[in-house]
Design a protein around this ligand. Structure first.
Ligand SMILES: Nc1nc2c(ncn2[C@@H]2O[C@H](COP(=O)(O)OP(=O)(O)OP(=O)(O)O)[C@@H](O)[C@H]2O)c(=O)[nH]1
Ligand SMILES: [Mg+2]
Length: 350
């Protein structure tokens, strides 16, 4: 990636990366294209930006003529504490697992390529909801062109394999290769399991300019979900062999979507892996609202909760009173105080 990119461009790029709504991302992409220095060194990047603008414009059905027919939706708007996408080879059991975990009516078929479009569903754990998105399969010779778009809002991936399939190692390698071609990279760093992915040391080109990362690269933590455990005699050792053979560094879980064995562990595992923190708010002198927590991640602060409540509250926030496991009851804390699971917060404004 060439450097020599202006601060204005970098700002647009940062905004693009932070945006989750497709319409918002499209705006930032246009700003990136407008502000990118136009020279040979940025040709490649300009091409990428144009391609993404085209894809998103199609996705949003807002072609130049305005009257273009709206196509199917490939990007699911995130809801709940996190969005997890189900990826895997044809017939691995993604849809059956989706149906089992979320109660969805995902199409399930004993033949490959049953699922054609993304389908959301919600998996509950205690008072937290995770959004699971069932997706079409990836095979050695096919991946949907819009897969990158679809994975943009995802917080993580459930990489579903059919443990009973003798070709499952090859399928897995093919999937990783197909994703890499779309600049999608899976890793095993879930913040609550192995800690967050280390930030690489900066690298420099011959001219001493910092080489910056490709803005369109997607990196996601993945969980290897070994499905159809009901069809193998010893799922754990089978899984172990596969992990060692392919030198995979993803955390694993073995399940049977058919019998439900192992499925109950998914919610608690995601909760831990993503370091979800639940926060309940209360009004002074009133009981906290315990039915609907705000969900954040470990490391997020009182100010982040205020932002979730309302931007005016965030703007006027002075301090909070807090009840929880890591504080004195009713302790007064500032906007930057980091929250712990099940904290109760009373926000005070200027
Ligand atoms: N024995 C057994 N069969 C399963 C299990 N999970 C799924 N199946 C079966 O495997 C076949 C494929 O399941 P699907 O859920 O449609 O697979 P998929 O991965 O969504 O397939 P595509 O949509 O083509 O990518 C169906 O016949 C399911 O009933 C399982 O845990 N055990
Ligand atoms: Mg399916």
């Amino acid at each position: 990636m060439p450097a020599n990119l202006t601060p204005v461009y970098r700002k647009a790029e940062e905004a693009y990366r932070a945006a989750r709504e497709p319409a918002e991302r499209l705006e930032h992409l246009k700003e990136m294209l407008r502000t990118i220095p136009k020279h040979k060194g940025t040709d490649h990047l300009q091409g990428d930006i144009k391609r993404w603008i085209k894809e998103l414009t199609e996705e949003l059905g807002s072609g130049k003529q305005g009257g273009k027919k709206k196509g199917p939706v490939h990007t699911i708007r995130p809801e709940g504490a996190a969005q997890l996408s189900l990826l895997g080879a044809p017939n691995a059991g993604k849809s059956e697992l989706h149906a089992k975990l979320t109660g969805s009516r995902a199409d399930i078929g004993p033949y490959p390529f049953t699922t054609k479009l993304p389908m959301p569903g919600m998996l509950g754990f205690e008072d937290v909801w995770f959004q699971l998105v069932d997706l079409p399969p990836i095979s050695s010779d096919y991946i949907e062109g819009w897969m990158g778009n679809s994975l943009q809002p995802a917080d993580g991936v459930l990489l579903v394999i059919d443990l009973a399939d003798p070709d499952c190692a090859e399928h897995l390698q093919a999937i990783i290769r197909q994703l890499a071609e779309k600049k999608i990279f899976l890793h095993g760093y879930w913040p609550g399991l192995r800690g967050p992915k280390p930030v690489p040391e900066p690298t420099f080109d011959e001219a001493g300019e910092e080489i910056i990362e490709d803005p369109f690269r997607i990196e996601l933590p993945a969980l290897l979900v070994a499905n159809k455990s009901d069809l193998v005699a010893d799922p754990e050792s089978e899984l172990q062999v596969l992990v060692e053979l392919l030198e995979l560094d993803f955390p694993t879980i073995s399940v049977s979507a058919k019998t439900g064995v192992g499925c109950e562990a998914m919610g608690p595992l995601l909760f831990k892996a993503l370091q979800i923190v639940r926060v309940y708010t209360k009004m002074p002198g009133k009981q906290p609202e315990l039915d609907r927590p705000f969900t954040l991640r470990r490391g997020q602060t009182v100010l982040d909760v205020a932002r979730l409540v309302h931007k005016d509250i965030a703007a006027g926030l002075r301090y909070a009173k807090i009840w929880g496991t890591e504080v004195f009851a009713g302790q007064q804390v500032g906007p930057e105080h980091q929250l712990a699971d099940k904290d109760v917060l009373e926000l005070h404004m200027r």
